[in-house]
Design a protein around this ligand. Structure first.
Ligand SMILES: [Fe+2]
Length: 302
């Protein structure tokens, strides 16, 4: 990795440190697509965004925020202010129409933005925070994942049989699990197997300083799973509340402290800050985004 963040000094007091906080020129989900017509409001970067949605739930232009852009993808409405490079960073490609929504949940949290995003990339997060028996085994094992650069971030692929959650054992044939992180705060888990595809999307939206919304959405090729939507959505909410619980325990301990990354388990967190630095540089210099992540295999025990 060319631009690894090994150690960072705290920002001088009163000065905004560009390494921390939510990139302003990026897309964030602000609502889900719900039928209108109706006016909706949403918070982003400390501002209130008002927009009209049509009968199908698609947004028109923002009413009063002077140039916000809106689009729909993954069944969510995404917004981005005009400042920043209009091409950076791009959203993931739209999922195929063959996938239907089988779960949606959102939970607000009084939490630091970067701490919330680190929860999307930290390999210790899932085994330490989401401890339901059907989600993970209590047996500790060495896990190996192959990391590779992907657009505006990086993608991890399980390199052994134990690196994925136990519930994915429901589909076995030719199963492939990848977890993509894309700036600013998108975690996209994809499971493909013979005749089966699932996308599990988690996002963090910076509503205002110290306040975020966590969202989780699951799309699946097996439409029968839609019958379980109320149950799966409630389960998603349980997961997000577990996230909020740990974030609120971290209150007062923001990452605006010297950051020290040690060993393989901390590498994805270092990738995150290096990716943000690369985005800031691309916007500042008007150059293309140069991905700082290089392919590597990481191992840890959880
Ligand atoms: Fe989580």
């Amino acid at each position: 990795m060319r631009d690894e963040v090994k150690q960072q000094e705290p920002a001088a007091s009163g000065k905004r440190d560009r390494r921390f906080g939510a990139p302003r020129g990026a897309w964030y989900p602000v609502d889900r697509v719900r039928p209108g017509p109706v006016h909706r409001t949403a918070g982003l970067h400390g501002e209130t965004l008002t927009f009209q949605v049509d009968r199908a739930g698609n947004p028109g232009s923002a009413d009063d925020s002077g140039g916000w852009r809106l689009l729909t993808r993954f069944g969510l409405i995404w917004a981005r202010p005009m400042d920043g490079d209009p091409d950076l960073p791009q959203l993931p490609p739209a999922p195929p129409d063959t996938l239907g929504s089988i779960a949606y949940s959102e939970v607000p949290a009084d939490a630091d933005y970067d701490q919330a995003v680190l929860g999307l990339v930290d390999p210790a997060h899932v085994p330490m925070i989401h401890r339901s028996w059907w989600w993970r085994s209590d047996r500790r094992r060495d896990k190996t994942k192959a990391y590779a650069p992907s657009p505006f971030g990086f993608t991890a692929m399980a390199a052994d049989d134990f690196a994925s959650t136990a519930v994915y054992d429901l589909v076995k044939q030719d199963r492939r699990v990848t977890i993509e992180f894309r700036l600013p705060s998108i975690r996209l888990e994809r499971v493909t197997a013979r005749g089966f595809e699932l996308i599990n999307l988690t996002t963090i939206t910076p509503v205002r300083e110290g306040h975020v919304v966590l969202r989780n959405l699951i799309l699946c090729s097996d439409r029968r799973a839609a019958l379980l939507k109320p149950f799966l959505s409630a389960t998603g909410r349980v997961f997000l509340r577990q996230d909020v619980g740990i974030l609120q325990r971290l209150e007062g301990r923001s990452p605006h402290l010297p950051l020290v990354f040690v060993g393989d388990p901390d590498k994805p967190s270092a990738f995150y800050f290096a990716a943000k630095a690369a985005l800031a540089r691309a916007e500042r210099e008007g150059s293309g985004y140069v991905n700082p992540v290089e392919p590597q295999t990481l191992t840890w025990r959880t």
